[in-house]
Every structure is written in C-alpha cells, then in structure tokens.
Design a protein. Structure first.
Lengths: 149, 149
DNA sequence: CTTATTTACTATGCATGCATAATATTTTTT
DNA sequence: AAAAAATATTATGCATGCATAGTAAATAAG
C-alpha cells in the first residue's frame, strides 16, 4: 500500500467518521452536527449559546444555523437570556432530551469500538499528535505564502 | 485541559487543516479541493478522471463538480477519452501546471512542519490509528442502530 | 452621559462532502 | 444481436464549514 500523507489520512478518517455519524443520525431523521450540539446542551437548565460554540469547537455562525434547524425540528427552544438582551438560552424539549440520549449512545459506541481496537497508549499518542498539529496551525507556523494581489 | 474525545480531536484537527489550506490556496484565488486535484493530475499526459477519485479519496460526484470549477478557472481541459466514450481525460493547462507546483509546495510545507514537530514513530502510530478507525468504520463494526420508519 | 467599541447573534454566499437521479456508453447475458 | 446490467459523468439538493455583513444590546471611553 502506498504511503499516504498526513493530511490524506486525516481527511479520509474524518470523512468516514462524518459519514458514519450522519448515517446513524439519519436513521432518526437527525444529523451529525445536531447530535454534537444536543450532547453539549445541558439537559437540565438553559444553556447560553455562547457556551456551546467553544465547547463544540464550532463557530458562532455555524452554530446559529444548526440551532435554527434544531428549533424547527422541535428539539430545542431558544429563549431570551434575562441577563443579556443579546443572548439566548437553549432549552431541550422532551424530544430533544430523548434524542440527546440517542446521540450520546452513538458517540459512546464509536469510542468503545475504537478503544477496543487501539491500545490506550496508541490512542494517547494519536491525540497528542493531533493536538500538536492543531497548535502548529494555530501558531501560524505553517503559513508562509505571500498574498497575490 | 479537559480530555477530548477521539472524534472531537479528529474533527478539530481536520477543520484546522482545511482552514489553513483554504487560506493558502485563497491567496492565489484557489481552494483546497482544487489543490488536491491538481496534485493528483499527471502533469504530462491526460489523466482519466476515473483514476483521480480513488487517488484523492473523493467520490466521483464531488470530483465532477470540482473539475467543472477547475475548467472554468482555466486550470484544466476535459477532453473526450478516445478509448471510452463515457469518460473524459483531464489535461493541465500551463496555468494549471503552475498552480500544481504551488499546491505541492503548500502540502510539502505542512508535511515538513509536522515532521519537525512530531517524531517519526509517533507519526507512524498516528497514521496506524487513523487507518484502524477507517477499517472499523468500513467493516461496519460501529453501526448497530436500527432504522426508525 | 453620550459616543465608540465590543459582543452576540442572524442572514447569506461560497466551498465541499454525500445522496439521489438522469443520461450516455460500455460490457455482460442470454 | 438484443436486452440487461454495470460504469462514467453530470446535475441537484441538503448538510456543514468559514467569511462577510448587518442588527441589537452591552460595555468601555471620553
């Protein structure tokens, strides 16, 4: 098998995970992003949407659309935040709580399957390398090209 | 720092790489997918597009749209394949060859930066784990949920 | 306290991924 | 050879990501 580049492996793996999650979610007329959001929302009290983005690693603008879709599906309600007139508090509906449990089970199953197939040490290395790549990019240590105008 | 799940790390890392590649490509009015395609196209002879998809890990349908955009940008020409009336052969234009070299340099720079920051052994482990996850998913070892109708 | 800045969204548009469907050809069956 | 199945490609639609721009409210500056 030909040696693949780092970016190829990252892309291929994430795409496979994405596809799997979307297929699982699709069985209940949901999606991957909705599932991730559900998991990040506190099931017991209103969650400020400002807290969700960082937790999920999602930009506010992407999150906003996801929440809109989720509200239309009847999974959440967006209520005004009494402490901040700009913000909203996200509340799960009963249906949302049910779907949250489902989403958690899908993620858990994936994590368990990986944990069975990969040693704890290798998994640690995997996460550490991923983290290093993230840092490299965030530190702008990769960017060198000049802007062509 | 809170322990992150495997899928979180995968997603965050790939999103960061995507953003970086798109920013680099954007400096020359290009995109990440176009760059990957350019790299996969043989600069010297017509490449059947059937060969590109598997090489890049891209579905035929996604590739088709990318190639259309690339043709509109003047990077490639799609010529009928004399050996198969259904297929096309992709040829790089001189501009396409120039952009191909640029794309390769961006990917190379990323690979070098990662190689400097991560030991060869860790990188090997990283790729091996990624491969294992891919296999797990492809073997459908994750899917267990029932379809709700 | 009025003005300027920052913050929290929301709306849109483009890029890119997959799914599905349609079309044209080739290959396989019979 | 004619019919059936497979293959190559395109067109579209939806999901999700980022970028940009606009609005409203809170905070900081003066």
């Amino acid at each position: 098998m030909k040696e693949k580049t780092i970016d190829y492996m990252l892309r291929a793996t994430w795409m496979a995970v994405t596809k799997m999650y979307n297929e699982e979610a699709g069985k209940k007329d949901s999606t991957m992003a909705t599932g991730f959001a559900l998991i990040s929302i506190d099931p017991d009290e209103g969650t400020p949407s400002t807290a969700l983005g960082p937790k999920m690693g999602m930009e506010a603008t992407s999150l906003s659309r996801t929440l809109k879709n989720m509200e239309e599906k009847g999974l959440i309600e967006r209520k005004p935040n009494p402490l901040d007139g700009r913000g909203v508090l996200i509340h799960l509906t009963p249906f949302g709580k049910e779907m949250r449990a489902f989403s958690k089970s899908v993620v858990l199953r994936f994590d368990e399957a990986v944990s069975e197939a990969v040693s704890e040490e290798d998994l640690k290395t995997f996460k550490r390398v991923a983290h290093t790549i993230l840092e490299l990019i965030n530190a702008k240590k990769i960017y060198t090209t000049e802007k062509i105008t």
